[in-house]
Design a protein around this ligand. Structure first.
Ligand SMILES: C[S@@+](CC[C@H](N)C(=O)[O-])C[C@H]1O[C@@H](n2cnc3c(N)ncnc32)[C@H](O)[C@@H]1O
Length: 451
């Protein structure tokens, strides 16, 4: 028997909590493994998993008020049953109240026999109070940070940090935007197709797409993304799914065909393959990452996209590797490991995992990688540092400290003639995007030149 979307959602949320895995690959694998009856069930599963993760802090705040015991000591699996049921009740239209209570009670009876009475009583109490329950939220005027944390479901420490940087109004709009479903954006593989050609091909296959505003390589999907990857264009490697802000980073590097490029922290090669396409597959990109499994995935992706000029190397980029390569690269991209706070729309689990001290510990690793990048770049070459996070210790402060260690570098504020991203570069010379200001993931980049 095929499990229901609700029980699959609880299984996935339990695994995400237990293993620290990301929701996206687990959900993808689950959708492939279980032939859910119809598209509506697949969408329900997706919105239950992401919606519950996004609104988890808000849901827990309500459950704590409905529960007489100590919520922190409740079994994690029961918490996830309650969270998904309450999420459906508060935010989804389609499921009748009695059905969601009954299914949560049945799930609990099977998994935690004896605890079903608690789940039944708590959810019935929630339904009785209605969607506009009478629990008073912290007041936005008197306690703006607590208000934003509860209503917009973000950890209080993070709201406090953003509020110190941006003030409460901007923090509210950023946290609201983080809870939106992000657009599905793809980057055309210009080695095999072009934006107009791919657009026409996808439309022939029944997809509706529009050209993205900032990225000249991007198309945004209007409507569901089911079957996009298995479409004929997807199978032929004519595109890659990539947020629009992420598509702008390789353009900031602005590589020329024939150059020697170093892609430090290449991961599975989302930006490496873009660099290669911008270079028309001519020259060399050396792609470095700590994890061999990611390099294997990169090699598979490059082959699918028709790229032959990428070499991969496994190394810890923060150590003194590559002595013979010092001063040789024309351009270096450091797409640094970071806290990922700019991607909360796509990875809402991050906000519940991250600890207040984590961003500074990333900062130490990022600084080590930048020092190595500085040594490997040739004089006159360009170093681009990028992250997908929105905290100064991983961004502006990190670059400030780098510049005070490396007097041979300066900030280049204009991205170069080929880039469409100039409107996103501030007076301080830094590139920034955010979900609330530009509708894209939150990225930061600094373009530096070595004298
Ligand atoms: C933001 S991700 C890069 C994403 C990638 N550039 C892309 O566009 O697909 C950061 C990468 O840094 C890698 N990494 C973390 N620590 C590293 C280290 N010490 N040396 C090299 N790579 C490292 C991680 O494995 C991860 O793939």
């Amino acid at each position: 028997m095929i499990p229901s979307p609700r029980s699959l959602a609880v299984d996935l949320l339990d695994r995400i909590d237990r293993t620290g895995a990301f929701a996206e690959p687990l959900l993808d694998a689950c959708l492939r493994r279980h032939a859910l009856a119809n598209a509506a069930d697949r969408h329900l599963l997706t919105s239950l998993v992401y919606g519950t993760l996004r609104m988890r802090g808000h849901l827990d705040w309500i459950i704590e008020r409905l529960y007489k015991g100590k919520f922190a000591s409740m079994q994690d699996g029961i918490k996830n049953i309650l969270r998904t049921a309450l999420y459906q009740f508060l935010f989804l239209e389609r499921i009748p109240d009695f059905a969601l209570v009954n299914e949560a009670v049945e799930l609990t009876r099977n998994r935690y026999p004896g605890r079903e009475h608690l789940v039944n009583a708590l959810l019935r109490n929630a339904v009785r109070r209605g969607r506009n329950h009478d629990f008073p939220y912290p007041d936005m005027g008197k306690n703006p940070e607590e208000h934003i944390s509860v209503v917009c479901s973000h950890p209080l420490w993070l709201v406090r940090r953003w509020s110190r940087m941006y003030g409460p109004e901007r923090t509210l709009s950023l946290c609201r935007a983080n809870n939106q479903v992000p657009p599905v954006t793809l980057r055309v593989n210009t080695l095999k197709s072009s934006r107009p050609l791919l657009k026409a091909l996808l439309e022939e296959e029944g997809f509706s797409v529009t050209e993205s505003h900032f990225s000249p390589d991007g198309l945004q999907l209007n409507g569901p993304s089911d079957d996009l990857r298995s479409s004929s264009a997807g199978r032929q490697g004519l595109f890659l799914l990539q947020d629009e802000a992420s598509q702008l980073i390789a353009r900031l590097v602005s590589p020329e065909p024939g150059e020697e490029i170093l892609d430090l922290c290449c991961g599975v090669g989302v930006k490496t393959t873009h660099l290669a396409a911008l270079m028309k597959n001519g020259g060399r990109v050396l792609a470095v990452d700590l994890y061999p499994g990611k390099l294997d995935a990169l090699n598979r992706l490059a082959a699918k996209m028709g790229i032959t000029m990428v070499e991969t190397l496994q190394a810890d980029a923060s150590t003194k590797w590559g002595e013979l390569l010092q001063g040789t690269f024309d351009r270096v991209l450091v797409d640094a490991p970071c806290s990922g706070l700019g991607t909360l729309r796509r990875n809402p689990e991050i906000k519940w995992r991250l600890k207040p001290q984590d961003p500074s510990s990333h900062g130490r690793l990022q600084a080590g990688i930048m020092d190595r990048a500085a040594a490997l770049l040739r004089r006159g070459g360009r170093l681009v540092y990028s992250t997908c996070t929105i905290l100064p210790e991983e961004n502006e402060l990190l670059i400030g400290n780098f510049l005070s260690r490396h007097g041979e570098f300066s900030i280049r504020s204009s991205p170069g003639a080929s880039s469409e991203a100039s409107t996103l570069i501030g007076e301080d010379g830094f590139f920034r995007t955010a979900p609330d200001t530009s509708g894209m993931d939150g990225f930061f980049a600094a373009i530096l030149v070595k004298h």
